[in-house]
Design a protein around this ligand. Structure first.
Ligand code: FAD
Length: 430
């Protein structure tokens, strides 16, 4: 058995680490020089930024398990805090020091910024969802669902709406209520630590993909960064993976490419036509990350702060998180008019919004805007997603878009990688 993993993002590295753990020979082919894909380090001047500011939660159990498997200590990698939802001075909600689910019910009841009626309404909503096991008979949009459930006013505007956009990267009017309910189930109604916020203290390549690569190589595998795969053929009862360096023979392939790149490899393989069509129907949503570099004394009141303003959704204080003093990272998820703005103008608007919300602050010394136009698939109601096991023998898919309960997240990506690897291991061992 010899497995090729195509793509060295979180899904591909999770698959490779799972195979290496069981001493299966594995080679990872990654087109870029830096591992991590959509969650990777981006160098700017002498700073290690990320292509996107990421927020993780305690419910990311597979990612946390894998981080430990490859020899890292989550306590070093993350600033972990009980759930704190702070949208400027308009809403503050903090998980209480109580067993689940009381920690959350108390947080909702004790939140500042909602009326008593809104707080009780939100608690009753969560209890109703729990009774129905977070399942819908027919998937509808989050907006329609919140209407049906009477979730209006500030609870909707300051809690459910930003939660939907952050988790699904899709506006509530277009987002899947069923996937949103999965997020509520596992994030808010899981064990107490599931709702904890995990803010990375290191860059996203150093967080998992690079330690995973060291783990794979220490167990005899190869991780080839800067090695783009140009084609995959069947041959000799297995697969031939083509790169500029030649053709390499494997018994199994895990295709861990981003969804918009997958079809270049699938189209033309008759057995995969149906999967290719499913992938083709996916549409995408952007995420913009705007970094502003201020004098070193500039900092936020908390490491992560939510915004209820025209553009900004979240601000991260990189000084508090990873020692990059004066660097504030801003997140704009999902589609919007900001997409048509030139980057310097967008950075200037972000700065103005920060000033409006936080008071006078010095002008930024530099800015860097990173626009990920296809950050995630649009998580629409009833969306069909392809399976991990394909009709082609020993050919598997991994990636955040592969069928699962989760929206496109790091946890969805690593779970899919582990699943693909276990399908291979299961066959070997059965
Ligand atoms: C800006 C941004 C912010 C985000 N914020 C969050 C967040 O806060 N929390 C969260 O959980 N998730 C977040 N996500 C989503 C998360 O980053 C993705 O779900 C996850 O990284 C997807 O991993 P993947 O391995 O499935 O795909 P990818 O990361 O896309 O990995 C695929 C890999 O394949 C490689 N590749 C492509 N073509 C070839 C080829 N021909 N040969 C070899 N290799 C190739 C690519 O270079 C890439 O490394 C965010 C995403 C973005 C873009």
């Amino acid at each position: 058995m010899k497995v090729a993993v195509i793509g060295g993002g979180y899904a591909g590295m999770a698959a490779a680490a799972t195979l290496a753990e069981r001493s299966v020979p594995v080679s990872v082919f990654e087109a870029a020089r830096t591992l991590g894909g959509r969650a990777r380090r981006v160098e700017y001047q002498d700073l290690a930024l990320d292509n996107g500011l990421h927020l993780l939660i305690g419910a990311y159990s597979e990612l946390l398990r894998l981080v430990e498997l490859v020899g890292e200590d989550p306590a070093r990698l993350f600033l972990r805090t009980p759930l704190t939802w702070q949208i400027q001075d308009r809403l503050t909600l903090r998980a209480a020091n109580l067993p689940a689910p009381l920690h959350l019910l108390a947080a909702l009841l004790g939140s500042r910024g909602l009326t008593l009626g809104e707080r009780l309404g939100a608690v009753r909503f969560m209890l109703r969802m729990r009774r129905r096991d977070y399942r819908l008979t027919n998937d509808v949009s989050v907006a329609e669902f919140l209407d049906q459930e009477g979730q209006k006013g500030r609870a909707r505007h300051l809690l459910w709406r930003p939660l939907c956009i952050s988790a699904l990267n899709t506006l509530p009017e277009a987002a899947s209520a069923q996937v949103f309910l999965h997020v509520l189930r596992d994030g808010l109604d899981g064990e107490r630590g599931a709702s904890d916020l995990l803010l990375p203290r290191v860059d996203l390549s150093a967080l998992f993909p690079e330690p995973a690569a060291r783990y794979v190589e220490a167990r005899g595998g190869n991780v080839l960064a800067g090695e783009r795969v140009t084609g995959v053929d069947t041959g000799d009862g297995g697969y031939l993976v083509e790169t500029a360096g030649g053709r390499h023979a494997f018994t199994h392939v895990i295709c861990a490419l981003p969804p918009h790149r997958v079809n270049a490899f699938l189209v033309g393989i008759t057995a995969l036509a149906e999967i290719a069509e499913t992938v083709d129907r996916l549409t995408y949503q952007p995420i913009y990350s705007v970094y502003l570099g201020f004098p070193e004394h500039v900092r936020l009141s908390t490491p992560m702060l939510g915004f209820d303003s025209a553009l900004l959704q979240w601000a991260f204080d990189r000084g508090a998180l990873c020692g990059q003093r004066g660097v504030i990272g801003l997140v704009i998820s999902a589609e919007g008019t900001h997409e048509s703005l030139p980057h310097p103008e967008l950075a200037q608007l972000c700065y103005q919004e920060l000033q409006q919300q936080l008071g006078t602050m010095p002008a930024p010394i530099w800015h860097r805007v990173i626009a990920e136009k296809r950050a995630t698939f649009a998580c629409r109601p009833g969306l069909a997603r392809p399976p991990a096991a394909t009709p082609l023998r020993n050919f598997y898919l991994a990636g955040d878009y592969v069928a699962s309960d989760y929206p496109a997240t790091l946890e969805a990506a690593v779970r899919s990688g582990v699943r693909a690897a276990r399908l291979i291991l299961g066959r070997r061992e059965s």
